[in-house]
Design a protein around this ligand. Structure first.
Ligand code: ZN
Length: 113
């Protein structure tokens, strides 16, 4: 499962932070997820709970911030929101479109007690 691997990578980072900052309890984890990352928030939350069980992150609230998919035309420089994965510039109809946001997946913040 895709979400399981993502949660695994989240916990690798959390564990580093726990050691680094000597945290004792994590109450909230905020994740930034790009639109292109096909992530089911419900599944991700369920996986998170499994991983968090018996750790200091048990019961932590998971917050999602979704980042829309945006592209930039290499031809005219126009930036726009990509709809339905149509990578075509609405200004000049060129299809040389660079993805400038929407691929994100990272921990934005950890709230510790
Ligand atoms: Zn263009």
């Amino acid at each position: 499962m895709h979400e399981l691997a993502l949660v695994d990578s989240i916990f690798q980072i959390i564990n580093i932070k726990i050691k680094e900052l000597k945290l004792e309890k994590i109450s909230q984890v905020k994740l930034v997820i790009g639109e292109m990352k096909a992530v089911e928030e419900m599944t991700l939350s369920a996986c998170f709970e499994v991983f968090a069980k018996d750790t200091i992150a048990e019961g932590a609230q998971l917050i999602f911030e979704r980042v829309p998919l945006r592209g930039k035309c290499r031809q005219c420089g126009h930036t726009f929101k990509v709809k339905n994965y149509r990578f075509i510039c609405p200004e000049c109809s060129d299809n040389a479109v660079e993805v400038i946001s929407g691929k994100e997946f990272y921990i934005d913040s950890l709230l510790a007690e």
